[in-house]
Design a protein around this ligand. Structure first.
Ligand SMILES: [Zn+2]
Ligand SMILES: [Zn+2]
Length: 77
């Protein structure tokens, strides 16, 4: 359907990172929700460092210099 947002719930792929998918307009699951809570929460935010998706506010911050940073990479930022 052209009107429904595209979501890719497959596992993280180093050859086509979450960043690449999101830039393409495809939502990915927050990798932290997936790993810690085993739940799927689609997001269009990605970490500029590890290029994995995260849900804004809870597991990352998109405000640092306009670049996203997940809580795993952003602790020292
Ligand atoms: Zn999350
Ligand atoms: Zn990260």
């Amino acid at each position: 359907m052209a009107t429904s947002p595209r979501v890719d719930l497959s596992e993280f792929d180093p050859k086509r990172t979450d960043r690449a998918k999101i830039v393409d307009g495809v939502a990915v699951p927050c990798r932290i929700c997936e790993a810690v809570f085993a739940r799927i929460r689609p997001t269009w935010r990605y970490c500029a460092k590890c290029e994995k998706g995260f849900c804004e506010g809870e597991h990352g911050n998109f405000a640092i210099g306009g670049r996203g940073s997940c809580i795993q990479c952003g602790k020292h930022a």
